[in-house]
Design a protein around this ligand. Sequence first.
Ligand code: UT7
Length: 345
Amino acid sequence: MSAPAPAGSPRHTQLSGVCIVGTGSAVPRRTVSNADLEKLMDTSDEWIVQRTGIHERHIRDDEAGETTASMATDSVRLALESAGLAPADLDMIICGTMTPDMPTPSVACIVADRLATGQIAAMDLNAACSGFVYGMNVAHAFLASGQYRCAAVIGADTVTRHCDFSTLGRAEAVLFGDGAGACILRATDDTTKGLIAQAMHSDGGGAKHLFIPSCRGDFYDAAAYDERRIGRIVMNGTAVFKFAVSTFPKLIEQTLEQAGIGPEQVDHYICHQSNARILGAARERFGLPEEKLHVNIASYGNTVGASVPLILDQQARAGRVKPGQKVMFLAFGAGLTWASSLWQM
Ligand code: UT7
């Protein structure tokens, strides 16, 4: 039996050898500013910036063929390129999405077909905004067990399809944007790298705070039924805000505790971009500098499952995420769901 680690030292001495070897992302070409939204609904740039920190977002153009699957495919293609790998190297694709283009086939199957990967494992995973982080943890389990060698994990959503761009749906419509991001995970013999700690949680009791009804019976509160909201996001923003503000620091603490390290030992916090105020509160709580807890919501809005891999790709391409660093991925969203994944790069 090995001697216990001295107090305050990390618990991980030997890791799984699973590495993040490439990243990619894709967003729609069209940007929609707060001023553009002012023309569609009773809102103002001032209200949106003050409450959310968002200035503009990218919104898909159906006519241009911008779909969840098209952006997911582009992001995996770029991630493979950055890893120096080919589609044929993949054994598995997991796509975290709550807005597949069709109920079936899955986005992952469409991506596999478009990239001509051959007949590999491919599936979608619906954990809403937490989908990509859930996907990383699930893919890691398959790679660490030796069942697969190489996986693409995607976060992709076109949630603006479910937004009502009139005053009725303004609270939700100003928040969201579309996009996709992906990373490639690969099993290696280097046991200095891999997943250090992870957590996946849910509370179905909070599902009523954020849902997309498809019929009258889906409304949690029968009195709140409104035909115009069928197929649209119904959100209790205040309840989701309170959940996020209280859950976020607990999730960070739980993950640090599992790893046996302090907040300052993490080099990057790559977080779901739901609201700049929620991220600011977490930054303050742990005394984290801006260059460690990244925020890009001003230009993209809340892109649901895409927000975490989108920031990862931006930071990786800017050369800020480097080998030897520790990176914590964090997300929370509808379900309710919340998840973390701490990696030694
Ligand atoms: O990925 C997870 C997904 N969701 C979230 O993370 C959302 C978390 N929640 C939030 O970010 C905030 O709750 C919102 C930004 C959605 C809303 O901010 P808030 O400070 O909670 O505002 P509120 O919903 O309490 O609304 C305040 C007022 C209301 O008017 P009255 O009743 O005070 O007259 C709303 O009708 O602001 C009004 N309002 C707006 N006004 C202008 C709501 N949406 C808008 C809007 N423009 N877009």
